[in-house]
Design a protein around this ligand. Structure first.
Ligand SMILES: NC(=O)c1ccc[n+]([C@@H]2O[C@H](COP(=O)([O-])OP(=O)(O)OC[C@H]3O[C@@H](n4cnc5c(N)ncnc54)[C@H](O)[C@@H]3O)[C@@H](O)[C@H]2O)c1
Ligand SMILES: [Zn+2]
Length: 399
């Protein structure tokens, strides 16, 4: 073996990785500044079949890596087993954990159980976590990935419309706390996202509509074209037309990427993406994260924010009519009375007061003005909220 002389007394073989530094002593005069710069970028792939999805997932896995799949019981039965078998046939050692389906599982207990499972399975940072499921699985698995060994790489494989157009993109990962939704979380981006339209074929009509609410939201706040597209092709979307769903997922994904790319770590708390979520989160909290779907709560929240804005004279009449009409035509709730669980307006206002306390005394509302324009305010009063929640809305004519 040839050897490289470093000095007379020390000889290190050439294939050994050597690190050198020579940092001078601190001059004791300047403030000491720490820096941590990092740019995250990742591919989001939209495919139309399970076979194509597995091919793309496999392309993001390091050779010979172990794969820890986090899913829920419903998705495991439908799709998880096939993903698992396909990755094993490509030479990966695959382990699977399935959560109980539903928002009630998106808590610290589930996250701790998953962390224990990863540790006991001796998954390491060169391995990969695969989150296969709806937003509940994706948010929980993402947070677990962020915490395990200070960051395990993960790939999102969203299987609901809501997760494909929203939850899987942006790196916001979290679990719920009984006092507030998504209270315990982080920003932690995936290595890639693989959205397969084929998975949406087994979604219930209710779940499909709930996902659509998050796509409509993006149209209102940032893309008149997306809003027009949904309005025009609504019947095909609701019928589960895979060609139209493919276009919807791509359009909504692109809009979300543009929006989060401007401020990926949410330094500015005035976020239009929160449209419908102030009241939406309060509804989810008072119904104990169960009977009301996230997208349904957001739909009521969007309708209420639009009424508040309209009552202030801030929303164009045409937008008020079109948005409430579109939500109704999509079969989404626009009042508390439309929800499948009884929700009292005063309880929602009480939950908002608690959220206000947690968020430095401010409760931000996104009030739509016209398509692509929203006002973000923190002076909405309980009386305005009460009026917007109690309103019995005239059904707007479909355009
Ligand atoms: N991180 C973010 O940026 C972000 C954005 C929006 C929403 N979210 C979160 O997403 C969550 C809601 O996500 P969701 O609506 O996908 O709910 P979910 O994950 O509970 O899925 C809904 C139901 O559909 C089932 N399911 C999933 N895929 C299926 C399929 N292909 N066929 C049949 N059934 C299927 C699931 O088992 C579950 O019962 C909320 O917790 C919300 O806070 C996060
Ligand atoms: Zn949401």
């Amino acid at each position: 073996m040839t050897e490289r002389a470093v000095n007379r007394s020390v000889v290190i073989p050439p294939d050994v990785h050597v690190v050198r530094d020579n940092i001078p002593l601190d001059d004791q005069t300047q403030p000491i500044q720490a820096r941590a710069c990092r740019v995250d970028s990742y591919s989001i792939v939209v495919v139309r079949s399970a076979g194509a999805a597995v091919d793309r997932i496999a392309s993001f896995l390091p050779r010979g890596s172990r794969v820890a799949i986090v899913t829920d019981e419903t998705v495991r039965r439908r799709y998880g087993a096939a993903v698992c078998a396909a990755l094993r046939s490509r030479g990966h050692d695959v382990i699977v954990a399935a959560m109980r389906p539903g928002e009630a599982s998106k808590g610290v207990d589930t996250a701790v159980a998953l962390l224990n499972w990863l540790a006991e399975s001796e998954i390491g940072r060169r391995d990969m976590l695969l989150a296969v499921g709806g937003g509940v699985v994706i948010d929980t698995a993402g947070w677990v990935a962020s915490a395990y060994m200070r960051g395990l790489p993960y790939v999102n494989v969203p299987t609901t419309l809501l997760a494909q157009v929203d939850a899987a993109i942006g790196g916001k990962v979290a679990v719920d706390h009984r006092l507030a939704k998504n209270l315990i979380g982080a920003f932690y981006h995936p290595t890639a996202v693989v959205s397969n339209i084929g998975y949406l074929g087994s979604l219930s009509a209710r779940q499909l509509r709930a996902g659509l609410a998050e796509a409509i939201k993006k149209g209102v706040i940032a893309s008149a074209d997306l809003f027009d597209f949904i309005e025009c092709d609504l019947h095909l979307i609701l019928a589960g037309d895979s060609g139209v769903l493919y276009r919807l997922v791509r359009h909504a994904t692109a809009v979300k990427c543009r929006l989060v790319g401007r401020d990926p770590y949410e330094h500015d708390l005035r976020r239009p993406l929160n449209f419908g979520h102030t009241i939406g989160h309060a509804i989810e909290t008072v119904t104990a994260y169960g009977p009301v779907l996230h997208g349904e709560a957001v739909a009521v929240g969007m309708a209420a924010a639009t009424r508040i804005s309209h009552a202030r004279g801030w929303t164009e009449h045409a937008l008020h009519t079109r948005l409430l009409g579109l939500l109704r035509r999509a079969g989404l709730p626009v009042t508390l009375a439309d929800l499948q669980a009884p929700v009292d307006a005063e309880e929602v206002i009480g939950a908002l007061a608690k959220i206000r306390l947690i968020r430095d005394g401010r409760l931000r509302f996104v009030l739509p003005v016209r398509l692509g324009e929203a006002a973000i305010v923190d002076d909405v009063t309980d009386a305005e909220i009460r009026q917007a929640l109690d309103a019995s809305v005239p059904v707007a004519a479909a355009p």
